[in-house]
Design a protein around this ligand. Structure first.
Ligand code: FPP
Length: 263
C-alpha cells in the first residue's frame, strides 16, 4: 500500500471507485498547486427550481470536501476562486449572500481547517471587502499562520488583470529599476512564494479562464469537467489529478516536468 492509499484508508471503501482511482495516482507526480474555478452554482439551483442562493450554499459542501481531500493528498496549495472583482455586478442580495456565506464558512470550519494543519490565505483586493468580512479573513489568516500543511488560498474580489496592475504599481512605488524581469513581477504578485500553478480545474463545462491567475496559468494544465460545482466531490478531484498525471508537460521544450511527491 503506498503512502497515499494509506492516508485514505478510513475514508474510502476499498472496493469503491474512489479507492480504485487512488491506486492509480502516482504519489511522486502530484501537482504542487491546484486552482479551481468553482462554476455552476446557479445552474445547479435552477435545475432544482431553487433560488441561486441555494446553489451557493450547496457549493460550500464541495469546498469542504475539496479542501479536505487536497490536504489528505498533501497537495501543497489549493487556490479557490470564490469571488471575482467582476462579481460585484451581480444583484445586491446575491453579493451580500455570498459575503455572509464566506463569513459563515470561516466561523464554522476554522477549527477543522486548523486541526488539519491547513493555512488559510486570502488573495485579491481584500481591503475593498466589507469590514466584517475582512475581520473574519484576518482572523483565519492569523490563526492558521503557523500551519505547515496545505495552503488554502481563497481568491476574493480577485482579478488577474488587476493583480498585474497592483504588481506593476508596487514595483513603481518601490523604485524598481528598468528593465523589469519576470522574477520582479513574480515577486510582486499576490501569490508570491507559492509553488508554480500546475493544474487549473473549471467545473460546469465552460471553456474560459475568466480573469483568474493570468500570469500563473502560463504552463498549467487545464482540466474542464461538466460536473456542476455543488456536485463536485472526492472522485472528481482524483479524476482531475489522474488526468494531470497523464499529460505530457514540455514547457516549450522537449520533455521536462517537476512534481510534488509524498512518501
Ligand atoms: C459560480 O457559480 C460561483 C460563484 C460566483 C461563487 C463561488 C462561491 C462559493 C462556492 C461559496 C464560498 C466559497 C468559499 C471558499 C467558502 P455561478 O453562480 O456563476 O453559477 P452559474 O454560472 O451556473 O450561474
Amino acid at each position: 500500500m503506498n503512502g497515499l492509499v494509506k492516508k485514505f484508508e478510513n475514508v474510502f471503501d476499498p472496493s469503491s471507485p474512489e479507492a480504485e482511482l487512488l491506486e492509480r495516482i502516482d504519489p511522486n507526480k502530484l501537482p504542487r498547486h491546484i486552482a479551481v474555478i468553482m462554476d455552476g452554482n446557479g445552474r445547479w439551483a435552477k435545475q432544482r427550481k431553487l433560488p441561486r442562493a441555494a446553489g451557493h450554499r450547496a457549493g460550500i459542501n464541495a469546498v469542504r470536501t475539496v479542501v479536505e481531500t487536497a490536504a489528505r493528498l498533501s497537495v501543497p496549495v489549493l487556490t479557490l476562486y470564490a469571488f471575482s472583482a467582476e462579481n460585484w455586478k451581480r444583484p445586491r442580495n446575491e453579493v451580500s449572500m455570498l459575503m455572509n456565506l464566506l463569513k459563515e464558512y470561516i466561523r464554522k470550519e476554522l477549527r477543522t481547517i486548523h486541526q488539519n494543519d491547513i493555512r488559510f490565505l486570502p488573495i485579491g483586493r481584500i481591503d475593498e471587502l466589507p469590514a466584517a468580512v475582512q475581520k473574519e479573513l484576518r482572523l483565519a489568516e492569523e490563526e492558521t499562520r503557523g500551519n505547515k500543511g496545505t495552503k488554502m488560498v481563497v481568491a476574493l474580489n480577485y482579478s488577474g488583470r488587476l493583480e498585474l496592475v497592483d504588481a506593476f504599481n508596487h514595483l513603481l512605488k518601490s523604485g524598481a529599476r528598468y528593465p523589469l524581469s519576470a522574477d520582479d513581477i513574480e515577486n510582486s504578485l499576490y501569490t508570491v512564494g507559492l509553488p508554480e500553478l500546475d493544474l487549473m480545474i473549471r467545473t460546469s463545462g465552460e471553456m474560459r479562464v475568466s480573469n483568474f491567475l493570468l500570469w500563473q496559468i502560463a504552463y498549467a494544465e487545464i482540466y474542464v469537467t461538466e460536473v456542476l460545482w455543488p456536485d463536485f466531490r472526492e472522485i472528481h478531484l482524483l479524476e482531475a489529478v489522474l488526468e494531470f498525471q497523464q499529460r505530457e508537460r514540455r514547457y516549450g521544450g522537449i520533455r521536462f516536468a517537476s512534481f510534488h511527491s509524498v512518501q
